[in-house]
Ligand binder design. Structure first.
Ligand SMILES: Cc1ncc(COP(=O)(O)O)c(C=O)c1O
Length: 395
């Protein structure tokens, strides 16, 4: 079956679109301290896709609509079997249906782990620059402990094991949130990297929460290994979801996998009631979604290649590398010799392209590096960079 990823769907004006990404780009500008943007703005910030959900899932959700009652709902065994099947077949990772706990979203899941498995004022380690777990950690009265990764100068990041060991050796730090694949760096950690991290954490009794929501979106030739498969289940919790993979984030269905019997003792408190739409979407995605995900990965890879080629030719002073996983690229505009404010003005206001600045991930990354999610029709992604290139061509 051929799937359609080129279709441009109006998520900015359509009555049935409640898109956070397209309806509220203003909050990004507020954070950057700028006012106003073009009406025909292109939004490549928030990590969701502009592709229509797989037709197989839509078909099942329409049938659910025809059922006509959307009352309090419970997760059936077919749901858990579908989750187990997906990870066994696609990632070679086996766990039992009893190891699956459901929470409404990955933030919720990380925050719940923080609340259940750490005490107030304890430290939670994050490898930075990183997608924002600040709210999950600090809003619960815990301390966010940043361990900076090593940047080779070209935006390729590796783990600073010495710094990690130092953070883990501090008795106040009792948890690490691993982001694997790592957002925004695009790293897919290797078997060796994962095991070095796990060894250090276990040596110091630091619980590992591995956020693997981007794990189905991987470049050809790169192997994603779930951390629990690579390192075993002791002292390790994994968070997985259909949210990114199938563009179902609005249904907020995150599965938390806990196979360590000791951790399961406290996991009973991890409970939330899902919607019937969420339940059906997960069953459909994980039983009927393989071909769509394969096609989506191929299309996204084409987007990444096309945009990087375009940037190399038309924004020659930008630094950008191909991510190993996820669908976003980081574009470093530093070599244009402009201030962060001037770069922001050109991209966000004049070109009317909304991205995520480095500030979104780490204060130190500032306003010269910007992340673009390339999970939109190719024409839209390329138009965004054409508009940006126009603003930098004289420099
Ligand atoms: C690494 C990572 N974790 C979690 C989330 C949020 O996921 P959810 O929508 O399931 O809460 C995102 C969203 O961009 C993400 O990139």
């Amino acid at each position: 079956m051929k799937y359609e990823f080129d279709e441009i769907i109006d998520r900015r004006n359509d009555k049935y679109s409640f898109s956070f990404k397209w309806k509220s780009p203003g909050y990004i500008l507020d954070d950057l301290g700028v006012k106003g943007y073009r009406d025909d703005v292109i939004c490549l910030e928030t990590a969701d896709m502009d592709f229509r959900v797989a037709p197989e899932i839509i078909e099942d959700l329409k049938n659910l609509c025809d059922h006509g009652i959307f009352g309090y709902s419970t997760i059936p065994s077919s749901y858990k079997e579908a989750v187990c099947r997906w990870y066994k077949d696609r990632q070679g990772w086996e766990f039992s249906p009893e190891d699956i706990y459901y929470l409404p979203g990955t933030h919720e899941a990380v925050a719940e782990c923080v609340k259940l498995y750490t005490k107030p004022t304890e430290g939670v380690i994050v490898l930075t620059p990183c997608y924002g777990y600040h709210g999950d950690v600090e809003a619960n009265g815990r301390k966010y402990v940043s361990v900076e990764m090593i940047n080779d100068g070209n935006e390729y990041f590796t783990i600073d094991y010495e710094a990690l060991e130092k953070a883990c050796a501090d008795e106040n730090n009792t948890m690490i949130v691993m982001c694997h694949p790592h957002n925004p760096t695009g790293r897919v950690f290797t078997h060796e990297e994962l095991n070095r991290v796990a060894d250090i954490c276990r040596k110091h009794d630091v619980l590992i929460v591995s956020d693997e929501v981007h794990s189905d979106i991987i470049r050809k030739g790169i192997v994603f290994e779930p951390m629990m498969k690579a390192c075993g289940s002791k002292g390790l919790i994994a968070c997985t979801a259909v949210n990114k993979t199938f563009n179902l984030a609005g249904l907020a269905m995150t599965n938390v996998i806990i196979s360590d019997p000791e951790l399961k003792l406290q996991a009973g408190d991890m409970y939330s009631m899902p919607t019937p739409f969420g339940i059906q979407a997960v069953i459909s995605a994980y039983t009927r979604g393989d071909a769509w995900v394969d096609a989506m990965n191929e299309y996204v890879e084409g987007n990444i290649d096309a945009c990087i080629d375009y940037i190399h030719t038309n924004l020659p002073k930008c630094k950008v590398i191909r991510p190993e996983g996820g669908y976003s690229i980081n574009v470093d505009f530093s070599d244009y010799g402009l201030s962060g404010e001037e770069i922001v003005e050109r991209i966000y206001v004049k070109a009317g392209v909304i991205l995520n600045s480095g500030l979104f991930f780490d204060d130190r990354r500032g306003k010269k590096i910007h992340r673009a999610c390339l999970s939109s029709p190719r024409k839209m992604c390329l138009e965004a960079f054409e508009r940006i290139a126009e603003q930098f061509k004289e420099i």
